[in-house]
Design a protein around this ligand. Structure first.
Ligand SMILES: *Cc1c(COP(=O)(O)O)cnc(C)c1O
Length: 220
């Protein structure tokens, strides 16, 4: 029961301050089921095929969070059941999510992913790109996506000050977007930041959702 005690300790440590997404990528459905039985309902995956296969055999009241890079040609596989897509990084992707969701009358919760890390490899928008996406008249017409907030990943480093600065920048992006585009929209409220090695800093800097894998499930 190591898994469940890891989970319960972390859950207690978070103290209800933020929503915890348990990142189950590469881990078997049996482990997800064990956490489900312990009460966890939010799970995160980063590959379309793996997510689709797992969701098909697990309870329907799980809220699935897609957290990986998403190609437009794969959107249709997850739109029927996904709860949140944290990794929207282009207008093209947002339009495709909207188009597929409209076909089945769903509204998909989306977060705009920002590039805040020093690593070039990480995906995400700059502030200017996000503003351009939100200024585009096509975005306002989309009825089947709900832009709920933003997501970002800090640099993978031991430098806590660098991580803190990156999270602070993400929070400031959130505040600016909230004021300029979402002042009257209570749905725009999520800041998805913080993983196993930096969630404490993320919470201090205003995270509302942490995405935690290895601290719960063990190393991948
Ligand atoms: C894998 C992953 C996580 C979880 O990482 P851990 O370090 O195992 O907690 C969180 N967010 C994203 C986008 C990921 O790909």
């Amino acid at each position: 029961m190591q898994l469940v005690s890891n989970y319960e300790n972390l859950y207690k440590a978070l103290g209800g301050k933020v929503r915890m997404v348990a990142v189950s990528k590469t881990k078997p459905v049996e482990m997800i089921r064990e956490l489900y039985d312990a009460g966890q309902r939010d799970f995160g995956e980063n590959r379309v095929q793996e997510l689709t296969a797992k969701s098909a055999v697990l309870p329907a009241d799980i809220t699935w969070h897609f957290i990986g890079h998403l190609q437009t040609n794969k959107v249709r596989f997850i739109v029927p059941f996904v709860g949140y897509i944290h990794s929207v990084d282009s207008l093209k992707l947002l339009s495709e999510i909207n188009r597929e969701a409209a076909k089945i009358n769903r509204v998909i919760n989306c977060l705009l992913q920002f590039h805040i890390a020093t690593e070039e490899t990480k995906f995400g928008l700059s502030f200017e790109e996000a503003a351009a996406l939100l200024n585009n008249p096509d975005t306002a017409r989309m009825q089947n996506v709900r832009i709920c907030g933003i997501m970002g990943m800090a640099t993978f480093t031991d430098n806590k000050q660098l991580i803190r600065n990156e999270f602070r920048q993400l929070k400031s992006h959130f505040d600016k977007l909230k004021t300029s585009y979402f002042n009257d929209d209570p749905a725009f409220r999520e800041i998805s930041m913080g993983m196993s090695n930096d969630y404490e800093i993320a919470i201090e800097e205003g995270s509302t959702m942490v995405r935690i894998g290895s601290l719960i499930f063990g190393e991948r």
